[in-house]
Design a protein around this ligand. Structure first.
Ligand SMILES: Cc1ncc(C[n+]2csc(CCOP(=O)(O)OP(=O)(O)O)c2C)c(N)n1
Ligand SMILES: [Mg+2]
Length: 311
């Protein structure tokens, strides 16, 4: 059984992602990875899809990873890790290596997870590998210059959904990948955000303790793409949960549960106003988009409350 999450004790642990990497100041990805790895007591083996996290932590001949780490292609972090997990089990079974309760974790961005890696992810979840897949979700293809993905929210300005005279930013709402993963009927699925560190770390512990696949969808601000000051990363992600744009919940053995419920549900404008990628929505001609975004958030929140037995 894992020890209790104690800040004083956690702060004494050696970071498994070393400082000196090249992630931007205020980048969510580094915070997400450090919190998740600090939460896990056991040895880990990681795979990492191509994306900002991979590019910024390993530029040959340097690496920031103090744990075994495999870079694979953009689309196959889940396949790589399912192969590693299978090889480990086979070697232990044959007595070639000792059983050390190793935890297998794949990290991918939203592009590498929602879009190009969804087939590999779905296959790994369906086969039932004992591994945890973590999507650090910055809501666009950031490493290649802010292109929209199926995780990009409605109305966001990206280089491939450019806000202007033709369209007011992205015209489609994001795909609900958390629910898609839950539909695989795996032991553990959760949505989290690093502004609520305890919630994220508890979910990481549950994910690696699960007797089968686990999936974590973790919001991860990118101040370059979201257009906010580097100092407001945590505040902006908190607004995502306070407005119910990004609810925190888990699905444990098929049981849906909210892990945080805002006392007062803030209007989406508070989340939109905090980021330059939504600035165009505040022009009078785009008012209808704000209404559409609020209606979309309200509908999804009501549905989630029902699934969680809260309505
Ligand atoms: C098959 C393939 N297509 C395109 C690329 C180029 N590419 C590298 S990283 C990246 C964006 C990754 O986006 P995401 O997965 O969201 O991670 P982020 O960079 O946002 O952290 C792209 C398009 C690639 N490496 N491989
Ligand atoms: Mg991304």
């Amino acid at each position: 059984m894992a020890t209790k999450l104690n800040l004083k004790e956690l702060s004494k642990r050696e970071d498994r992602l070393a400082p000196g990497h090249r992630l931007c100041a205020g980048c969510g990805a580094g915070i997400v990875v450090r919190q998740i790895l600090a939460a896990i007591d056991e040895p880990v083996v990681l795979s990492n899809a191509t994306g900002c996290l991979e590019v910024s932590t390993t530029i040959f001949p340097y690496t920031s990873w103090r744990v075994p780490w495999i870079h694979n292609a953009f689309e196959n972090a889940a396949s790589t890790m399912s192969g590693v997990e299978t090889a480990y089990r086979a070697l232990v079974k044959r007595g070639k290596i000792p059983e050390q309760n190793v935890k297998f974790i794949a990290f991918g961005g939203d592009g590498g997870t929602y879009d190009i890696g969804i087939q590999a992810l779905s296959g790994a979840l369906e086969r039932g590998h004992k591994m945890m897949y973590v999507c650090y979700n910055n809501e666009a293809y950031m490493n290649t210059g802010i292109q929209r993905s199926s995780a990009t929210p409605l109305g966001a300005n990206t280089t491939t959904s450019p806000a202007g005279k033709v369209i007011p930013g992205k015209m489609q709402p994001r795909k609900d990948l958390t629910a898609i993963c839950a539909a695989h009927n795996i032991p553990y699925v959760a949505q989290a955000s690093p502004h609520n560190w305890r919630d994220l770390m508890e979910k990481a512990r549950k994910g690696v303790a699960a007797d089968g696949p686990a999936f974590l969808n973790v919001l991860s601000s990118c101040n370059r793409g979201w257009r906010h000051d580097t100092s407001t990363t945590v505040e902006v992600m908190k607004l995502a949960t306070e407005t119910c744009v990004w609810p925190l919940y888990e699905v444990e053995n098929g049981v849906w549960r909210l892990t945080y419920k805002p006392k007062v549900k803030k209007p989406v404008t508070e989340w939109l106003e905090a980021q330059g990628r939504f600035r165009h929505l505040f022009r009078p001609e785009n008012q209808y988009m704000i209404e559409r975004i609020q209606a979309d958030v309200d509908e999804k929140w009501e549905r989630l409350l029902k699934l969680c037995g809260e309505a």
